[in-house]
Design a protein around this ligand. Sequence first.
Ligand code: GUN
Length: 295
Amino acid sequence: MSAIVIDGKKLAAEMRADIARQVAELRARHDVVPGLGVMLVGADPASSSYVAAKEKACEEAGIFSLDVRLPAETDRDEALGRVRAMNGDPRVHGILVQLPLPRHIDEGAVINAILPEKDVDGFTPVNVGRMVIGETCFLPCTPHGIIQMLVSAGVETAGKHAVIVGRSNIVGKPVASLLMRKCEGGNATVTVCHTGTRDLAAFTRQADILIVAAGRPGTVTGEMVKPGAAVIDVGVNRIPDQSRKSGFRLAGDVDFDSVKEVASLITPVPGGVGPMTITMLLYNTLEAARRAVAS
Ligand code: GUN
């Protein structure tokens, strides 16, 4: 058996076209252009490329983006000051602080400084709390994108065993929470595995839905997957490759070639979860602008 490869790029393009239509409608009706403030501290190549992709996607959707790029030596007070300035900027409906921040900056303090109504990444404690108890909030983009992909691919989550590999605040913990919700794309039985899990394969082999966000290529191979499972690969790893102009190629956390022979559905890297993450960011920014209009 060879798995169906979920085309994240195609789904993202369809959703982005719809978002662009709604952005144009908001502009025509209320003379409001949704705006996203993007703050990047330092010049980490992967972060720089994510931020550039987010800004390009904003432009294509008709969303204004305010680009705040700061040197790696920026101190905590300067970073906090920039976030507060975006909190008070009426052009900015959503704020994204690209993570990770340099080590000397207290990430929690910076995230906490974002107004919850502008927290389109869904990372502030207020939004995380609202998500966990099922209140209306901005859902974090990668987990939300994963749920959208599962639903649109027709993967039933209710009553299924979802196993997540990775316990990060950005992916593992929130996607576990979303899969447990009492709604479409939820009602799953969820197991979260991490670097302290003994005999990882014993858990992954039980998964009807396997979500891998471990940050390490080759974390899951074909013999670790239950036949017919849906496998979502969240990893983005740069593998040195001198045959490429960039000097690297991208690989996920899943060994695509062996897993696609066992799974029924699989997401590729690149072109799987990544485009959906950015799409959900556009969606949240549009929603933040709508709420600002309504308030
Ligand atoms: N770093 C890796 N993923 C993300 C994300 O979804 N949002 C932000 N702000 N930083 C990230």
